[in-house]
Design a protein around this ligand. Sequence first.
Ligand code: NDP
Length: 523
Amino acid sequence: MPTTAQTFESHSPADGRVIATYPIMDADAVREAVDRGRIAASWWVSLGFDERKARLLRFKALVAKRSKELAELVHAENGKPMDDALLEIILSVEHINWAALNARSVLKRRGVRPGLLTINQAAHVRYQALGVVGVIGPWNYPVFTPIGSIAYALAAGNAIVFKPSEFTPAVGEWLIGAINEVIPEQPVAQLVTGLGATGAALCEAGVDKISFTGSTPTGKKVMAACAKTLTPVLLECGGKDAVLVDKDADLEKAADAATFGAFSNAGQTCVGVERVYVHQAVYDEFLALVAAKARNLTPGHGPDSSYGPMTMPSQIEVIREHVRDALERGGRAVVGGPESVGEGVVEPIVLTGVPEDSMAIMEETFGPTLVVNPVRDMDEAVDRANAADFGLAASVFSGSKATMERAAAQLHVGMVSMNSWVMYAGVSALPWGGVGQSGFGRIHGPDGLLEFARSKSTVRERFALPVPLVSFARHPRTTEIVRRLTSRRGRVVLQAGRTAVGKPPPLQPGVGLTHGRWTNAHP
Ligand code: NDP
């Protein structure tokens, strides 16, 4: 990939032509960007919610207006079909919009009830921007994934420094250029380009948080690097998503969703479908439907291609290995086989009867392959889905709402689609993220805004208590009163901001709490 020690090129996965050349930025260059970002962050946060909203909505409008131009770039660098690139951009536009419109309501200062012992305090939580957020992104959804961090971090009042994948730097440059076009005053969004070492440098450049999207092994390196400085991390890592199909499911619909979820973007989707657990009663019918749909797909780089070539050449060997391992362990290829794994394009592969401890079940394949295995019932389907170390998302197809809701509650994942695939991605108010080896932390929705802010708790005394609680002047009786008030025997009722005590246990004469005022005849 790199052509010299100082620069690298991005290539078209279709024909290998050079798309663009970028500098490999070293640790000093990355740190300088973060330092510039810190100045920009103070200006940006001082603008307040409304001014930031206005600018982010201009960014949204610009991306929407020039979406075809951006889609061309995604198509060229990533290799996915134009329509898929456009869909990714449309979803991203929705997220920019949501973050801009909702930042104030989610992050505004809010009051909390102080409770009985601190009834004299006005208590508030305020949410403050972190400062500079480092965003590290992958190449498979080079717009949607970074925007999930960038739009929400900016809306919360942070500056960002973005390190795109070495496979899609031109898309990254386009996005940062667009932000700078609508926010020309300060570099609130900056691009740093390079290979993995540039991403590693960003982790150690003094940022206030790293928002990482990429593979689990790299996520672990990022976390280890950030541990040195206690820099917080948000990790959106790999997946091994399953589709669960019940015996009364709409099989046509389930097969359509599983096929699109498995093969679109050449299977290079973090929430891509890699496994299906289908009720044994409908297994044959379902497998036949999926196989027919998979055989109809036409991968390649033409205008009508179902999906494109593999973006990252090294993934081809992983796919080959997973298919070989599955077949050697007794699995059966229903569509395609080892011969489907070409040098650029990988033809659709559908496997069945694959042992649950094989690589194709336990590890992320990230290619156009799908394993369909039969199960006794939905309980077994949930158990098998949960057996993987990953826990990003899952889909459940059933005729019964109760069955789907039960499975959704039991699945050890961050997101579940019922009778559809991936639709949670389109609901901007829903958080996005995984569990286990799929990472932690959330982008999107209110949780996604809160990820890029730190809470600060404040209390302000409204009136002085006659008997101090946190003072060396506290009388031992005060502690006893408080102990009794908080014991289960004292029924304490808070009413309209006033405190009353229902039938308190007997205290010494003259000591008690009435209508928010301590009465203590013997201080
Ligand atoms: P990688 O982990 O290879 O790379 C991700 C990013 O990290 C790239 O920008 C990469 O730079 C950078 N990087 C590499 N090494 C380091 C390092 N030591 N320190 C800091 N940054 C580093 O993932 P891919 O780009 O191959 O993306 C595919 C993976 O991403 C899949 O596992 C997929 O499941 C996951 N993913 C997860 C999503 C989610 O939301 N959970 C969404 C989309 C993808 P460079 O490219 O230059 O090496």
